[in-house]
Design a protein. Sequence first.
Lengths: 152, 99
Amino acid sequence: MREADNMGAFNAFNVSATGLTAERTRMDIISKNISNANVTRTANGGPYRRQMVAFEEKTSFKEVMSKLENGESITVGEGVKISKIVEDQSPFNRVYEPGHPDADEEGYVLKPNVNTIKEMVDLITASRGYEANITAMNTSKNMCLKALDISK
Amino acid sequence: MINNINNIVGNTGKSLLKQSDKVADGTVSFSDVLENVLAEVNEIQKADIVSKQKLSIGEIDNFHDPMIAAEKADIALQFTAKIHGKIIDAYKEIMRLQV
């Protein structure tokens, strides 16, 4: 299966697939942020901290080796991958809510640093990114199918 | 005649071939080429079946991987069908030659 997967003909498919997976992961994190937008108590203590994903270019071991061997600086690569999920270090929102179980002596509650509007914008970006990858994949599929029409 | 076909394949189809395709005299056998290509297409089909099974029992991380596997299998199969048609055409053409 691995050998067939590495066939050059389907390389564009595999690259697009990594993009789709990356956008899905981003989507997961955004959903998590939105669902935790009002959480004032977490396992680490304190309110929930907004999370973000960082993307990274994906290269295979084989490519890195051939780069070293031949001194080539540009390769096709294998697409994208999630390098890490980081926490947003911006300050929490301090809201006056005296009856709240997590309120301090002055009646203030620390709310997560999640801005729902920002998350909605990120949501659109992730969704459009996913669509773009699908478009790229469909285009390469159509190119493959067009090649089959040669001499028809 | 078959040797001639083999030689043609040996000259034009080199990029498709692996080291293992080479027979003893350094030329490439036509049936080996066909077998290798078919084996690769079969692998892709198998990958598609595995991902469909996983999809049906709910053991998936995402929906796009099974879809992509299905597309790959579809394209590979169409390609194989094309090649098959071409080979049969060539065979018929040769069989039609006047002796």
